[in-house]
Design a binder for this molecule. Structure first.
Ligand code: SF4
Length: 1015
């Protein structure tokens, strides 16, 4: 029983036709109370629920409108504060230097609003009240600027309306023959209080329970309320703070549980709702946090349960809200491509085949492939480069028709994505030379983005998008002014983060979720109070960030102090709980599954436990022991499962083999996965480890039409399994690479750029029939700098510092190379980047050729190979060396031996290929050695020279490699270093190297064992 509702019912019965006015803080509460009175069988004719603002508007608005004063956008407060704060001088400012702080504007607005509703004006802020003169001066300036803004724009805020209303008592809609009352235990602001207290007619003091063991908060103490003692039989929750005064018996109406996480807690609540058998509109869930409300919304949506939310959902939780925050983050990270890819992958953007001609996933993958970095220009440049590369592949006559068509389609897609992204970037305003942008231009482009690009997947998203349109548009009222881009984005963020959408009162047929202080008005039969963790239910009593308690007290005794905040919050919850006659279930989560830590019960939970057990002495430990095993997302009984997933989980958990068998009968994929994992764990080399003899003939490197690059052959020795995935199954890893912000040029790109510069230098010298010398220095450095400049344009470094540091190192390596090449040498470089077995395009190297080179190993075995030799040096009339540049570091131990188990083949195979290529120009050419040249500072200019191996030795290595391939021994590598940068790691599992090692003795791996034995 709720004494106030009871009082209203009696009033309706006693005075059926008299106008009976009830002041409530929100219309939702009023309508809920009205519904309840009607449902409980009382005719509520002429019972009028009004807010104090309704009455103030009736009394004051006509006069304001007559003077041309219109209502201000009340919700604009924080944004307006930010705007006014930015106009204040930065120097000697108190709050102004903190304008960047995300919650500053909200804190200032709360205080200014409070001061205004307490009737305070700038002249009331006396210097002696303030701890700091600077703070006093700034608050006076801010409050003054706010009043000036209202005056200048002919606007009136809520305080203006109340002040005006108080001047016109004769306009009050409540008449002397009426009666009126107010919702008990409501904290009204001083201006509201003044207006309510000035009402004519018969005043009825509201009735509420006396809560034993609870002190009435300071600001409510002076309000007259008729206090009644609760009856334990109907309102046992009124005794939650004084269980000792309740009759000693265990209450069946109170239940408690704890759960192993927030998600599990809500799942259990839903299961219990089903178990009650009650209709959804007989259930209310009171939540300690917004996150719980949002979770209930999601779960209800998943199970198709109709639900209304008293506190609504933060707009920032919806797709349009998340997309707007993502847009702000993207701009603030200097248009980071990594950030934009995540935004594309989030599903918060509206893209699709039918809208833009591509999906968000396709755009994200293309961005990754294009290696876009940061800055507005990066998208046009990087995607433009990718487009060109697809276009040139699409016209390459040496590739198959399918490959050309594929490249053509990819070029088209890339062009579409490029146009869309560059259009989006162009639509976002760029700061003027003074670093500022017009706020209204930013607002327009954000509204456009919201309308055209943000996704909507349910009714809530549509509702949020519409509300955000209005809410962001309110910034128009701030007028024309400019600020930095990041300041303007703060205005947008504030709009998104301060908006709650889809607030709804309890509705018939709907479950109702609300905050703790909103609960109990509808008097539903089942009340769940969730999220009762320590530190979550009530905030701490820290002082206000703007006005200290002592300053507040001196300005007005009605201003809220830090102790009031906590006292009033606790009291508000306890009075709501006390008035409820529902069966109540209290719960909390004992694990924070996001932060992987234990969480503890709040004192509310303990008090409920004591009340339930009828023993006021029980401790937290006793409660924890009594609660037993925390509830989990898996139901205790499968019959109570909310979904088929829960049903299955409960059915198989702990049932061992029987459960697995049952699961397998329904999900054959799971069975196959378990079988594969089991076989991989065995010592046998199986088809799940890469044993695929059937694939052997198709991948035979000696098959007539097959051409492998030397690098492919080396890689197949390193990890035969990867070779099979790539070449055998044609699997390509999803390109999820993200550029490392701390690195500008990754080792691959750096190496390739150095290779190009080395070749350019040596070609210039070759064309002039000389060796490189010191005079090439300026030419080479200018060329390198130009290349770096273009690279920075196409894929900018994250910071100038990174670009400068890497450029310096890069140029130092270029100079080192020139210095080394300028020294005396008996050899003459004659060929650079000599490719073979690949289309030549505009390759000008005379030794290059597009046909593959055939390596005849005797016994009818011939390899056809392709590749590109970094450099060929002539050491004697018909003797040559092949050089391979290594631009990384040198580790002596890694360069022992000749073949390294088939992983080092270049010196041998490029040597044989070079002989074939050189035959076009030299008689009986001979390659005497292969040289691995570590040309950079990191590599200390080491040269590893390996004399050309005997043909028999090469044949033995390649023979074993071929044997491995044609017998399908595609084992995974046992060396974890090989997996470090592998893109296929997801296909292999965590124990891959150990498993591979343990399988090595298997007889089926003979060829592989022989191959890795070649040193
Ligand atoms: S992760 Fe390791 S074992 Fe797996 S394919 Fe890559 S290199 Fe081979």
């Amino acid at each position: 029983m709720d004494p106030f509702v009871d009082q209203l019912k009696r009033l309706c019965v006693a005075y059926p036709t008299r106008a009976k006015w009830v002041f409530v803080p929100t219309h939702a509460i009023g309508r809920t109370l009205g519904d309840r009175i009607a449902l409980e069988g009382t005719n509520w004719l002429n019972l009028r629920f009004v807010t104090s603002l309704d009455i103030a508007l009736r009394m004051g608005a006509p006069f304001l409108v007559e003077r041309g004063v219109h209502p201000s956008e009340e919700g604009l407060g924080p944004a307006l504060m930010m705007r006014l704060l930015l106009d204040l001088p930065l120097e000697r400012g108190y709050f102004r230097p903190l304008a960047d702080h995300p919650t500053m504007a909200q804190a200032l607005w709360t205080t200014v609003h409070e001061l205004r509703m307490a009737g305070a004006h700038p002249e009331n802020l006396k210097p002696e009240v303030f701890s700091s003169p600077a703070k006093n001066a700034e608050l006076i300036a801010l409050l003054g600027a706010y009043e000036h803004f209202l005056g200048q724009n002919e606007r009136g805020d809520m305080a203006t309306v109340y002040e005006e209303a108080l001047k016109h008592p004769d306009w009050c809609p409540i008449q002397s023959q009426d009666c009126w009352t107010e919702l008990p235990d409501t904290v009204w602001s001083p201006l509201q209080r003044l207006l309510i207290d000035s009402m004519p007619g018969e005043r009825l003091y509201p009735r509420a329970f006396e809560l034993s063991g609870v002190r009435v908060p300071r600001r409510l103490m002076s309000r007259r309320t008729e206090r009644l003692m609760a009856d334990f039989a109907t309102n046992e929750l009124a005794f939650v703070m004084s269980p000792a005064s309740a009759p000693a018996r265990t209450s069946p109406k109170i239940a408690l549980f704890h759960a192993g996480g927030r998600e599990a807690e809500i799942e259990e609540v839903f299961r219990r709702i089903l178990a009650t058998g009650a209709s959804l509109d007989q259930v209310e869930i009171a939540c300690a946090s917004d996150a719980h409300v949002a979770l209930i919304w999601e779960k209800a949506l998943r199970h198709n349960w109709p639900v209304t939310l008293g506190s609504g959902i933060p707009a920032a939780f919806t797709r349009p809200g998340r997309a707007l925050i993502g847009l702000c983050d993207w701009i603030e990270t200097d248009f980071s491509a990594g950030h934009f890819r995540r935004l594309l992958q989030s599903g918060d953007l509206r893209l699709g085949d039918e809208v833009e001609g591509f999906t968000a996933g396709q755009a994200a993958r293309l961005l990754g492939r294009a290696e876009a970095g940061w800055g507005r220009a990066t998208y046009g440049l990087a995607l433009g480069r990718l487009y060109k590369s697809y276009e040139s592949r699409a016209t390459d006559q040496d590739t198959s028709d399918e490959d050309r068509a594929d490249a053509q389609a990819k070029a088209k897609l890339t062009a579409r994505v490029r146009d869309w992204i560059t259009g989006l970037v162009a639509s976002l305003p760029e700061p003027a030379p003074d670093g500022k942008v017009r706020l209204q231009t930013v607002v327009s482009s954000v509204l456009d983005f919201l309308e055209r690009t943000t996704a909507r997947s349910n009714a809530l998203d549509y509702c949020a998008a519409a509300a955000l349109q209005d809410y962001v548009s309110e910034l128009r009222a701030l007028g024309s002014f400019s600020c930095t881009l990041s300041e303007s984005l703060r205005f947008i963020r504030e709009r998104v983060q301060s908006l709650n959408v889809a607030q709804e009162r309890p509705r018939p047929g709907h479950l109702y979720a609300c905050s703790l202080s909103q609960s109990g008005y509808a008097e539903r039969g089942h009340l769940f109070i969730v999220g009762l963790e320590e530190g979550r239910v009530f905030s701490s009593s820290t002082e206000d960030a703007v006005l200290l308690d002592v300053e507040r007290g001196a300005i007005s005794s009605d201003l809220r102090l830090s102790t009031d905040r906590i006292d009033e919050a606790v009291y508000a919850v306890l009075v709501r709980v006390a008035a409820s006659a529902a069966s109540a279930t209290f719960s909390y989560s004992c694990r924070d599954t996001r932060e992987f830590r234990e969480t503890y019960a709040s004192w509310v939970m303990l008090q409920a436990f004591r009340l339930q057990r009828g023993d006021a002495t029980l401790s937290y430990n006793a409660m924890k022991a009594a609660l037993g095993e925390p509830k989990s997302a898996v139901p205790g009984d499968r019959q109570t499962a909310l979904s088929s997933g829960g049903w299955w989980l409960r059915s198989v958990v702990g049932t061992g083999h029987t459960g697995i068998k049952a699961l397998g009968s329904a999900f054959t994929g799971v069975v196959r996965g378990r079988t594969a994992e089991g076989r991989r764990q065995s010592a046998e080399f199986t088809e799940f480890d890469g044993y695929v003899p059937d694939a052997g003939p198709a991948l035979d490197p000696c098959a007539p039409e097959t051409v492998y690059s030397v690098t492919e052959l080396e890689n197949s020795s390193e990890c035969p399994f990867r070779f099979f995935l790539k070449r055998g199954l044609g699997l390509r890893p999803v390109d999820e690479r993200e550029r490392d912000k701390d690195i500008w040029l990754d080792p691959l790109r750096r190496g390739s750029e150095l290779h190009d510069l080395y070749a350019a230098l040596l070609r210039r010298a070759r064309d002039e029939n000389r060796r490189p010398n010191k005079k090439d220095d300026i030419w080479l450095i200018v060329l390198a700098q130009e290349r770096l400049r273009r690279l920075n344009e196409e894929m900018p470094a994250a910071t100038e510092e990174i670009r400068e540091r890497e450029s310096k190192d890069f140029l130092a390596d270029v100079e080192l190379f020139l210095e080394a090449e300028s020294g005396d040498s008996t050899s003459t470089p004659i060929g650079f980047e000599v490719s073979f077995g690949r289309p030549l395009n505009d390759d000008s190297e005379s030794l290059a050729r597009s046909e593959a080179v055939e390596i005849d190993l005797g016994k009818g075995i011939t390899f056809r190979i392709a590749g590109r030799i970094d450099r060929i040096d002539k050491v004697d009339t018909a003797s040559f060396e092949v050089i391979d540049y290594k631009t990384g570091g040198f580790w002596h131990d890694s360069w022992q031996g000749s073949f390294n188990g088939g992983r080092r083949l270049q010196h041998a195979l490029y040597g044989l290929a070079a002989v074939e290529l050189l035959k076009a120009r030299y008689k009986d050419p001979r390659v005497t050695a292969g040289v691995y040249y570590f040309s950079s500072h990191k590599g200390h200019q080491e040269r590893v020279k390996i004399p050309t191996p005997a043909k028999d030795a090469i044949a033995a290595v390649l023979g074993d490699l071929r044997d491995l391939i044609i017998k399908g021994q595609f084992i995974r590598t046992s060396d974890q270093d090989d997996c470090k940068f592998c893109n296929y790691v997801a296909a292999c599992g965590g124990e891959v190297n150990r498993q591979a090692r343990e399988k090595l003795p298997d007889l089926k791996l003979g060829a592989y064992r022989r191959l890795i034995a070649h040193v």
